[in-house]
Design a protein around this ligand. Sequence first.
Ligand code: NAD
Ligand code: ZN
Ligand code: ZN
Length: 390
Amino acid sequence: MKALVWHGTADIRCDTVPDPTIEDGRDAIIKVTSCAICGSDLHLYDHFMPGMKSGDIMGHETMGEVVEVGRDNKALKVGDRIVVPFTIICGQCDQCKRGNFSVCERSNRNKKLADAAFGHTTAGLFGYTHLTGGYAGGQAEYLRVPFADATHIKVPKGIPDEKLLFLSDIFPTGWQAAVQCDIQPEDTVAIWGCGPVGQMAIRSAILLGAKRVIAIDRVPERLTMARAGGAETIDLTQESNVVAKLNDMTDGKGPEKCIDSVGMEAHATTSLDAIYDRAKQAVMLESDRPHVLRQMIMVCRPAGVLSIPGVYGGLIDKVPFGAAMNKGLTFRMGQTHVNRWTGDLLRRIEEGQIDPSFVITHTVGLEQGPEMYRTFRDKQDGCIKVMIRP
Ligand SMILES: NC(=O)c1ccc[n+]([C@@H]2O[C@H](COP(=O)([O-])OP(=O)(O)OC[C@H]3O[C@@H](n4cnc5c(N)ncnc54)[C@H](O)[C@@H]3O)[C@@H](O)[C@H]2O)c1
Ligand SMILES: [Zn+2]
Ligand SMILES: [Zn+2]
């Protein structure tokens, strides 16, 4: 089959690789009808996230048709249409029973690596480093879904792929980010990053009743899309002091809730902390650039909430923890517990409350995948979200 394969920094190729096969009784194989490139994939493309090996198949936003089912899998049958959550879940461990799916205790087959890096293991993820299991990803013609009797979202036929695909990741990710803010009717929610995750967070915060949403980015078409979703915007190319601007916009008090949908590759060209991060990251003394996190801690209203869907991989530096502690801030974060939200979100799509396909700007075949990684990373050609139809 054809698949998008990681070969090194900024080197993803459309290769011919062996078809996946059933390896365990709970598995299923799907023929991929649609998949997408995520901002998280860019951390691998840029190689800021360690743990990839040459030859790994990329991709964790995937859906398709079940073509083969393992003998112990009683939940799926050939012909079922499923969206695949990016977090692989056993459905049976203590964490899965509590709905904490992204920290499933059993699905990471490289548990020891994750134990060493994080103190305790987290869930296996598709196409996302050997730290999270080294599982083949779904930017491919076929995908083996491990623990597939639990790791799936069954979707009805008759709704097009583009409305459903993002149940795999970015829609529940934006939703969880907003839910974790515990939004009250008087709240202003500030959202850093108007990429696909930020866009979903904006719409989720509004659906959940925020009084105001203020979105921050520097890419014009992303800011336009944010305003179309109901946000006020701050354009970083016009406004260098985001903290001062947000204070201005909130009578000097700061937003009650702050969402970081940027993560470890935050841009900041001139500030001192940004220069410091870049220098330390270059010599591998710091793995991530927490520029947004620092701004959120400083600008958030005391007793407010910081919600962090943006991915961080390792160590960060010069975080004003004293400000966070003394202001009594609450931190909520994590990889998304996808299946915790998807029943509710599928219903909202079916009822027409939201159509997540608004974010798609490019639809291509697998062969164009490698060039689309670059286009998406460099924000060329108005690219906001790439959907791939293998
Ligand atoms: N927690 C999860 O489960 C989960 C799931 C999906 C994605 N993510 C993470 O969410 C983040 C966003 O993903 P995406 O797909 O939207 O990616 P993206 O790269 O398309 O979007 C990031 C956006 O942040 C903007 N940005 C950069 N620096 C900024 C700054 N200093 N201030 C404000 N905006 C800034 C960029 O211009 C860009 O538009 C990534 O870190 C990704 O790994 C997390
Ligand atoms: Zn993702
Ligand atoms: Zn589990």
